[in-house]
Design a binder for this molecule. Structure first.
Ligand code: SF4
Ligand code: SF4
Length: 364
């Protein structure tokens, strides 16, 4: 593993973090690898630190001892001490990471490290016992793993050689050739479908969704021909005022029904939360979703019913994430309406679908 900000010469991956013991990103207990770099700019993103495809510093108040070594080390004079702590002027910061190297207490923390594929696999294999006991494995997520296709392929192939179940969590915004490279060593594909209206998709994610839809349709054909990936799960973040219209849910359901030919085995509706607000604060970004409340319990139930009706198949629409009981200010419950059957629903275990980008999964 390299800690510097220089772009490496050989194939390495820029990884934001490894999240162990995850139960949200596929079957069993999983280790989820968050890649850094994403082509989308979803306004609701739960991992804003995963978007830039380069290492970045951020300041961690609880670790700071106030020595000011970081300010001395900064060649751009991008840092200043204020009453609320060390502020980073992102307009002049060049991401050189010298402040992090100078900080004696890791309070100037770096988002993103370069890894050799074999080092990353060795690290992941430390969790093998959990995978074997739980039927879990490794999920590549992000950010967007298809932004680093050669590195991702090496990691997936190596894991498959060692008998580990693999999942690829993608926004689908990439050339087809990248997916084609990764699908042979992917057991489970987690695919985000956020919005079917192209204008809205552009407004809320920065790009229209046509490539995403085209790629998913092609993955359906690919799977029918080669039985890879073994499974496809579609995931839709339920974001108040953005993706939560019945019209949008019906349009996604119609796409799954009419285009995917039965190759999708699960559709997850993932309720929004704003637990990542501190990340935006740390990056100095004014986040428009910071005051959005939780999705109302009754609204989530209604959307699950709409989804099940629109796709015309019972038993595969699931919902997850904390929701608010309407009329009970501040009180919330967690739901997993697993396997809603054509309009019926059941409550189950708590789940937070926020993708870190846990994120509503559409956090890219
Ligand atoms: S990363 Fe470099 S330019 Fe940015 S604040 Fe730190 S030392 Fe200054
Ligand atoms: S160098 Fe680290 S500990 Fe010292 S003031 Fe800067 S952030 Fe705080």
């Amino acid at each position: 593993m390299k800690t510097g900000g220089q772009v490496p010469e050989k194939i390495q991956g820029l990884i934001l973090r490894i999240q162990r013991m995850s139960t949200e990103d596929g079957p069993g207990i999983r280790s989820t690898v968050f890649f850094k770099g994403c082509p989308l700019r979803c306004v609701w993103c739960h991992n804003p630190e995963s978007i830039p495809a380069r290492p970045q510093v951020h300041w961690v108040s609880a670790r700071c001892i106030g020595c000011l070594s970081c300010i001395e080390a900064c060649p751009e004079k991008a840092l200043k001490a204020t009453n609320s702590g060390i502020e980073i002027d992102r307009r002049v910061c060049t991401d050189c990471l010298k402040c992090a190297e100078a900080c004696p207490s890791t309070a100037m923390e770096v988002y993103g490290r370069y890894w050799d594929p074999e080092d990353l696999v060795d690290e992941l294999m430390k969790d093998r016992a959990y995978f074997e006991q739980s039927g879990g494995g490794v999920t590549l997520s992000g950010g967007e793993p298809t932004r680093q296709p050669d590195f991702a392929r090496e990691v997936l192939e190596s894991l498959k050689e060692k008998g580990v179940h693999t999942a690829l969590d993608t926004c689908g915004q990439c050339p087809w050739e990248r997916l084609e490279k990764l699908l042979p060593s992917t057991d489970l594909l987690l695919y985000d479908l956020k919005l079917m209206d192209e204008e809205l998709h552009r407004d809320y994610t920065g790009l229209c969704g046509s490539q995403i839809q085209r790629n998913l349709a092609r993955i359906g054909d690919y799977r029918r021909e080669r039985l890879k990936p073994l499974e496809i799960w579609v995931r839709t973040p339920v974001i108040p005022g953005h993706t939560d219209s019945e019209e949008n849910i019906r349009a996604i359901g119609a796409f799954i029904r009419d285009t995917m030919g039965g190759s999708v085995s699960r559709w997850e509706l993932c309720a929004f939360n704003n637990l990542c607000t501190h990340k935006y604060d740390g990056l100095g970004i004014d986040w428009k979703c910071r005051d959005y409340g939780l999705v109302a319990d009754s609204d989530m139930d209604r959307l699950v019913r709409v989804a099940a009706e629109s796709v015309g198949r019972g038993g595969f629409v699931h919902a997850s994430g904390a929701t608010a009981v309407k009329g009970s200010r501040g009180h919330s419950v967690s739901l997993d309406r697993a396997g809603a059957q054509d309009g019926t629903s059941s409550n189950g275990s708590a789940a937070d679908c926020s993708r870190e980008r846990g994120r509503p999964r559409g956090g890219r």
